[in-house]
Structure formats: C-alpha cells, structure tokens
Design a binder for this molecule. Sequence first.
Ligand SMILES: N[C@@H](CCC(=O)N[C@@H](CS)C(=O)NCC(=O)O)C(=O)O
Length: 317
Amino acid sequence: MPDLILHHYPTSPFSEKIRLVLGLKKLPWKSVIIPAIMPKPDVVALTGGYRKTPFLQVGADIYCDSALICDVLEHVQPEPTLYPPHLKGVSRVFAQWADTTLFWAAMAHNLQPKGAAHMFAGAPPEVARAFGEDRKAMTGNMVRLRPADATAAYRSYLRRIAHMAEEHDFLFGMEPCIADFAAYHPLWYTRTRVPVVADVMNATPAVAEWMDRLEAIGHGTLEKFSAADAITVANTSEPMPAGANLLIDSAFQDEHGIPLGSRVSITPESFGLESTEGELIAATRMHYTLRRTDQRAGTVHVHFPRIGYVLKKADNA
Ligand SMILES: N[C@@H](CCC(=O)N[C@@H](CS)C(=O)NCC(=O)O)C(=O)O
C-alpha cells in the first residue's frame, strides 16, 4: 500500500485525534505541515477546495474529515479496533457529539479573551488579527456560544466524562475506542495550548488521568515530508478504483436523485464552507467520492463522509 501522508499542523485538535490513532495502530506515516489559515494553495491542489485540517493522502486518494480518516485507518489496520463490536453504535454516536458539541463548547471556552491573549502572546498583532479574520470567515452563519455559557457547558461535559473515566481506564472500558480519541482532542487543546484557562479541569482529576493514558499512546513513527513531494506523489499515482479503495462500503445509495457521473459539489454543513467540485463516482452508505483533475496534482479521488456534508449538483452542471 502507498504511504499514509497526513496533512496537519501541530496545534490542530482534530489532527491530534488522528496522530494518536496512528500511534494506537502503530502505522508509520508521513507528516506534511500545512498552514493554519488561508491561503493554502498546496492543500487546495489536493482537495479541490476543502480547507480544513487534517486530511489524509494515500497516493492519489484524498480523505477529508477526521471521522472518515478513522474509518480508513481502521480498514488499513483493524487492530486494535476503534469500533469494538459491542460499542459500535454508542461509540460513533458519542464521537459525533464530542467532535461537535463538546468541541465547540471547549473552543468557545478556550478562545475567551484571556485564552486568546495567551495564545497570541509575543506574536505580532497582525498574526492574531489574521487568525481572527480567517476563523470569522469560516464561521458563516454558525452560532457561536458566548464564553460564560460555553464554560458552564464545558464544566458539565467534563464532569460527565469524569464519571465515565472513574469507572474504567477509558470511557467505555479498559481499552480506548473512537469515543476516547474524539473526546480527548478539544481537552488536549485546553491543556496544552491555553493552560491559562485550564483551571476548568481542576474539579475533575479523573479526566486528567484519563488524558495522561491517551497521551501515552503517542504518535507512532513519522517522517517529515514536503507538500511539494506530496503533490508529486498524487500526480504520479493512480487513484484506487471506486469499490476497491480503503473505504468499507461501496454500493451506490441514492438519496438526492443525483446519478453517478454527475458534476457535483460537496460542502461542509457548517464552519469552513469551501466546496470541492468534481465528478461523483461513489455515493455509498457512509461516504462520497469525487474525481477531479488538478494542474499540479493530476487526477485525484477526493473522499468525504456523508454525515456533516452537503451534496449538490454543481452550479454549472
Ligand atoms: N469535521 C472536521 C473538522 C475539522 C476542523 O474543523 N479542523 C480545524 C482545525 S483542528 C480547522 O480546519 N481549522 C481551520 C484550518 O485548519 O484551516 C474533522 O473531523 O476533520
């Protein structure tokens, strides 16, 4: 199998989720560091528009969104599993809550004025300004929690996580599953990036101990790789045929009345509304695949999960 190339940056919480899963599964990987704000020409050459972090590249196949990346890594290396059979439903439902509700409560708490001041302390004011403007543009119509409401919710969520971590080493038992990795990354951001607001965790020591156990998994074996080399890999590779790629489901499932072969766009439901356009070559129970050609990356297949993404016929189709 071609190398696993993760496009990410060190302070990205969703990337930390994937780095730990790579560590859990002992999968060697190549690390491409991407910018945290736009412009991201090398990212867009591969994804066709999607600008969020992280994404995984395997040859000329591009997997967007950490939930989909977890499914791919599970397929590549089934053990240890992220989805134990007896927790298959609940662990995915919990992970989706953690990646959305928990994540946004944590972020609104983290980015309260004291946290933001700490994050950008020592940086020129234009850095903080550019970051703020980039994230504001990504927010679109999404309603953000106010810091006090976010802190109150975050405290409750931490208590609920603590109740689970007091019962066993990991949230649903003695081994970590997808729920642990999804709940960990927003808390990791609080602890590592904005320690000035991490006192919210003081009342729940079981959470800190559970986080230590996850942190100890580490990131596995990685090798630095450049964006230019990653684009060359895409350009010199053939995308895997639909149905024989690293996704488990392959049967066409039509929910939109859009036949395969149509020119479509795929856009995140919220936050970062940049679209990717291409030819729809798969729409299965859990994911979409678009085929597109880029001047630099050549022909690539870009994969998205169904959940959290909007599929439409392209405007000019
Ligand atoms: N649902 C996405 C969310 C990804 C996400 O929001 N990532 C943040 C960073 S952790 C992001 O893209 N921020 C803006 C950026 O990196 O350009 C996933 O699971 O991968």
